[in-house]
Design a protein around this ligand. Structure first.
Ligand SMILES: [Zn+2]
Length: 298
């Protein structure tokens, strides 16, 4: 157990409400956001309590839309010693925007979150890990907007996202930007998801624990793990009319996630992404061969 706890992993929370989830976008009009009952504030407060209980720190990739409406929530995240990062403003997939609209969305979110919090927002995560082989320009936009790192690539095969050819560990696609991919394990010649989200809810906890342990011990890598506030909220309003796959993916095991998170917080050490990845990586480092690999792909 102690050996497993020597590596500090990055815990991240994508701060958005249940009605803003990309997979539900076809069922909920953007105009409905204004009138839906928000549950994000109470769910984030529960997460803050949970982190406090286990003496863990985390990175909160927060939507500008949320930060604008809940400035006190932004303050509480920062006051509790966590990292405030950006999830963009309007939660549109990067792959569905032009470079110009993407850039203005991520700039707006950065300015808004920094003005509200008074701290620099260094990190950005694209909605639904929507940066891959089709939109390498998005990484340039993130650097141009003034972010220092991104955590927007999931190096797996998935029907909605993923870039299986990307490196599995943090790499610099350019001198000014660090990309921290979501955790995977390498087995049978392919990458398997180990970074949270739907897989964490679907599979038994022992699978997640084994995967993170393997990443820490065998690969000697810290994990980038993520979840959403709505994933610990089994009482969220049900969205009618979802197809079977979307319904299953969104609602599976919501009632079990908080208990699993408690196990995860107790079994591993957790910290802020900026401290784990950014402070150990320097802009004057030579670009890794992994970065060349990505440029070649792009
Ligand atoms: Zn999101």
């Amino acid at each position: 157990m102690e050996n497993r706890k020597t590596v500090v992993n990055a815990l991240s929370i994508d701060v958005e409400d249940y009605f803003q989830v990309a997979a539900l976008a076809p069922y909920i009009a953007r105009s409905e956001w204004e009138v839906r009952q928000c549950r994000v504030e109470q769910n984030v407060d529960r997460i803050l309590e949970l982190l406090d209980t286990f003496d863990a720190k985390a990175t909160f990739f927060t939507l500008g839309w949320i930060g604008e409406r809940y400035p006190q929530l932004v303050h509480r995240i920062v006051q509790n010693g966590h990292e405030l990062a950006s999830h963009g403003y309007g939660h549109q997939r990067a792959s569905e925007q032009s470079p110009e609209t993407f850039l203005s969305d991520i700039r707006l979110a950065k300015v808004l979150l920094e003005d509200t919090s008074g701290v620099e927002v260094k990190g950005y995560r694209a909605p639904s890990f929507s940066i891959g082989e089709g939109n390498p320009w998005a990484l340039e936009c993130i650097e141009q907007a003034g972010y220092r790192y991104s955590s927007s690539i999931y190096p797996i095969q998935h029907d909605h996202y993923g870039m299986p050819s990307a490196p599995r560990s943090a790499f610099r696609p350019s001198i000014g930007l660090l990309e921290v991919p979501i955790a995977t394990v390498r087995m049978f010649n392919r990458n398997w998801p180990a970074g949270g989200g739907g897989y964490f809810r679907l599979l038994p906890y022992s699978v997640s624990r084994w995967a993170l342990q393997r990443l820490n011990r065998v690969d000697s890598l810290p994990a980038m793990f993520y979840f959403h506030p709505w994933e610990i909220d089994p009482h969220q309003p049900r969205v009618p009319g979802l197809n079977l796959k979307t319904r299953f993916r969104h609602y599976v095991n919501l009632g079990r996630t908080e208990a699993r998170l408690r196990l995860l917080l107790s079994d591993f050490r957790w910290g802020r992404a900026d401290r784990i990845f950014l402070e150990t990586s320097h802009e004057d480092d030579t670009l890794s061969p992994a970065a060349d690999q990505v440029r070649a792909i792009c």
